[in-house]
Design a protein around this ligand. Structure first.
Ligand code: PMP
Length: 292
């Protein structure tokens, strides 16, 4: 990308001029929401699903997005075109906007909409074949009756604390359990396990974001005739699983070969994980909104 153009409240500005007020409540309090979206060969993958989640998050935190759904989709398309990108990552942020130092959102006149598109650093093909090493961390998932993890809010401190523990352990992604010991998700990925041919993922009420990739994998399991259960499970079930994998917009479907020193299955991406990754990669260029 020669010149990176950022969408800022309806205008396109250069990276250097893309500035947000220090009084913005997204900055001061994490008061806002966001989406991370992939573009594959000019296709905004699962655009509708991402926008649905964005508008649901906005409704939940009573944030008025100053664009209609159609205008927002158009803004995404236009930002991608401006940057001439065919493959990459889109970060869509809606913050409560500038207010005063008090936390009251009533003081914020208008939400700010920011769209950034970028090239994406992704895992190597070797990592997809051999899987990641992961660990569980002591940081617990915040409970759904506090800040509900289904809201994709700008308040990511819970996840960042997990990432810090992952960094300390020298791994790229860690596993977070909830306060009852049920596996919730990674710092920024959903988690699945496979046992005796059955695919399991935690229900969102355990404390997980309703990932778009997660839902795409659930759908694919249906199409491929793979039995899938959304039910709570523990770290024990992860340790003794035949396969474990994370899903996320950036990570896609990435196998885990070791958790807390326990080798998972054959210690590399298992057959179901591999099949799901292959099938997933078939839909990413067709399922969504075409930009070009
Ligand atoms: N959980 C969390 C906490 C996330 O931030 C994300 C997004 N990276 C995911 C799961 C995966 O969601 P998606 O498939 O929509 O990217």
């Amino acid at each position: 990308m020669a010149q990176q153009w950022i969408y800022l409240n309806g205008e396109f500005v250069t990276k250097e001029n893309a500035k947000v007020s220090v009084f913005d409540h997204g900055f001061l309090y994490g008061d806002g929401i966001f989406e991370g979206i992939r573009i594959y060969d000019g296709n905004i993958f699962k655009c509708k699903e991402h926008l649905d989640r964005l508008y649901d998050s906005a409704k939940s935190i009573m944030l008025d997005i100053p664009l209609t759904y159609e205008e927002m989709q158009e803004a995404l398309v236009e930002t991608i075109r401006r940057n001439g990108l065919r493959d990459g990552y889109i970060r869509l942020v809606v913050s409560r906007g500038p207010g005063n130092l008090g936390l009251d959102p009533k003081r914020c006149e208008r939400a700010w909409v920011i769209i950034i598109v970028e090239q994406l650093a992704i895992y190597s093909e070797e990592a997809y074949r051999n899987g990641l090493v992961s660990v569980s961390v002591s940081q617990r998932r915040n409970i759904p009756d506090a800040l509900n993890p289904k809201i994709k809010s700008l308040n990511y401190l819970n996840n960042i604390l997990v990432k810090i523990q992952a960094n300390l352990a020298g791994v790229g992604e860690a596993i977070m359990v909830n306060s009852q010991g049920y596996v919730a998700e990674g710092s920024s990925d959903n988690i699945f396990i496979v046992k005796r041919g059955v695919v399991y993922t935690p229900p969102c009420y355990v404390g997980a974001l309703e990932g778009i990739t997660r839902n795409a994998i659930i759908e694919l399991c249906g199409k491929l005739g793979l039995p899938l259960k959304e039910e709570p499970f523990t770290l024990h079930d992860v340790y003794v699983a035949d396969e474990v994998f994370f899903t996320g917009t950036a990570a896609e479907v990435i196998a885990v070969r070791e958790v807390d020193g326990r080798v998972i299955g054959e210690g590399k991406a298992g057959p179901i994980t591999t099949q799901l990754l292959q099938e997933f990669r078939k839909i990413v260029t067709v399922d969504g909104v075409k930009v070009y």
